[in-house]
Each structure stands twice: as C-alpha cells, then as structure tokens.
Ligand binder design. Structure first.
Ligand SMILES: [Zn+2]
Length: 320
C-alpha cells in the first residue's frame, strides 16, 4: 500500500487528500508553449488561475489530478506555483498522450519506461517535482503500435514504482478491452488501473466487464459532449446500485484555464461548446449539479460523501 502520494509540492499522506477530482487540466496548453510564448501565461493569467483554484478550494475541492502530459503542455513549475498559492493539492503525471513524437521514434518500451521512472523517482524538467500517477492514451479505432509500446512502458514503470495508471480511453469504441489485454500481458494488477472517459458510453455490459477485471472507472466527462449529463448520471446510478461506488471516480476533464480564452493574448471567448458558458460551474459541476441529481435519484448521502474521497484515496494508495 502507498501511504503517500507525490504532489507538486511534495509527498502528501493518501489519508489527507480529501475531496479529489481525478482527471482535470489546470492549464490547457501545448508542449513548449510556456517556454516559447510566455506572454500567453503572464502574471494576469496566473493570477486568474490562482483565483479559480482558491475558489474551488473554498468550495471543498482539496486535491486535483492534473492529467496534462508533456505533449499536452505540462508545466510543473507553474503547477507548483498554483498549488502553493491556492492550497489545492495538485498531482501531476508522467506518461504520454496519443501521438508519437519524432524524437522517440524507434525507442523501445524499456527506454521509454526509464524516462517515466526518472520522472517518478528523481523529478520532472530539472526540478525535484515528482509524478504521482502514470498516464497513457488510446482512441478509436484502437491501440496503435506506438500506443501499445507506451502502454508496455507504463506497465513496466508501474511495476517498478508502484504508481497507479490512468488511461485516456474511448468507451463507445470499447478500446479499454485492448488496453486491458496489453496490461494483462505485462502482469499488471488491474486494481491499479483507471479507465478514463468511461461515462462517454451507456454500455453497462462493457463497463461492468471492466469493473469485473478489477479496474476503476473514470466517470470523468461532466457535463461532457455527445451524451447528456442525465444519461451520464443514470449510468453512474446503475453502477452505484450494483455495488461499485468505491471504484467510480467522478471528475470533469475540464480545463480550468485556456490560454486562447483566458489570456489577454487570446480572443475574448473560448470556443463553444467547451466554453464556460456551457458549464459555468467548471470543476464544481459534479458537486453543484451531479450530486443533487444523484440525491434526487435516491443515492444515499453516505455514498455521495465517499464518491470523491474514498475511491480516489483507495486507488492512489492501492488499497485492496
Ligand atoms: Zn483529459
């Protein structure tokens, strides 16, 4: 069992994480943006980020897992600054998102795993800030050759360090079955694996199959696109009723700030339908909208109290 988890400000006891959102993006950028175009992330932008995170903390969110990998623009120094000023525990990830970078073409799974392990045990980008989770990704129609290699690297880094795995997945395409098969080949204990974006489908057979393998499910697209929040809530309710409450992890996959929407450099409004107009609650949508709906559907208060506390803690700690 892991008694501590690495946050960007250092180790925190898994028992102290509190209310945790397991898949968000604090600042949505692109690789290299903060170094090359610092004008997008100027002091005004950062002050806005602090303000939003401080508000979130005041509303009872204690911890956020930032699912922003290097190729999505991870900036751990900025995250540490934001965590320090807002009081929110921020957990950063190692791993990789969807596309193969030229500079890693021809690298072996073991070579890639070594990079991930260094980011977990030594630090990221020349700092001593360590990753608290390992992320991988695949989309429709399935796991590409590159993604399979990364997934094997993730499995090996996980087995070496004990850190849990989060996987961006395409649930309507049941891509999780392919991801799980590779992890099984690598000997990964599937109770350390979270399949993300699982509430993009209402296919209960598929979702129950993943749960029966031991996986956690990231119910982390709220309010989401395609499916409406009502369908997402109904799926969550059915799985809660089936006894899986502690392995269902609600979150938003929300970008707290977008340089092109929130910086003075950008246009005045972020593109719809992802914009704030579509979800004025931002990262509080689960608390403000989903929980009241579940309550109306008859989900017990005790379960709502546990959903974003017990599940995240057990997953990060590796509790059986
Ligand atoms: Zn995401």
């Amino acid at each position: 069992m892991m008694l501590i988890v690495n946050t960007v400000l250092g180790p925190v006891s898994t028992g102290d994480l509190g209310f945790t959102l397991m898949h968000e993006h604090v600042v949505s950028t692109a690789a290299g943006l903060s170094q090359n175009y610092p004008e997008f992330l100027d002091s005004e932008f950062m002050a806005k980020a602090v303000e939003r995170l401080t508000q979130i903390k005041k509303e009872g969110i204690d911890t956020i897992v930032d699912a922003t990998t290097t190729d999505l623009g991870r900036d751990v120094t900025a995250l540490a600054h934001l965590a320090r000023l807002s009081g929110v525990n921020l957990i950063t990830c190692t791993g990789w998102w969807l596309r193969e970078p030229f500079f890693l073409a021809g690298a072996s799974a073991d070579q890639i795993a070594k990079i991930f392990v260094r980011e977990i045990e030594v630090g990221i980008a020349g700092t001593n800030i360590k990753a608290g989770i390992i992320k991988g990704a695949s989309e429709n129609p399935g796991v590409t050759e590159w993604q399979a290699k990364v997934l094997r690297a993730i499995a090996r880094a996980h087995r070496q360090t004990g850190l849990p795995i989060m996987l961006h997945s395409n649930s309507p395409g049941k891509v999780g079955t392919q991801q799980v098969a590779i992890l099984k080949e690598e000997g990964v204990d599937l109770s350390r694996v979270k399949l993300d974006h699982s509430n993009d489908t209402t296919d209960l057979d598929y979702l129950k199959w993943l749960l029966e393998q031991g996986c956690y499910l990231g119910m982390d697209r709220y309010p989401g696109r395609g499916l409406g929040p009502l369908e997402r809530n109904q799926t969550l309710k059915v799985l809660i009723d089936a006894g899986y409450a502690d392995r269902l992890l609600p979150s938003h996959d929300w970008s707290l700030l977008r340089p092109m929407g929130d910086s003075p450099m950008g246009p005045p409004k972020p593109p719809e339908p992802e914009g704030r107009a579509a979800n004025p609650h931002g990262c509080l949508y689960v608390k403000n909208e989903v929980f009241p709906s579940l309550r109306e559907m008859g989900v017990a208060e005790e379960i709502l109290d546990r959903l974003c506390v017990v599940g995240p803690r057990n997953f990060l700690a590796g509790v059986k």
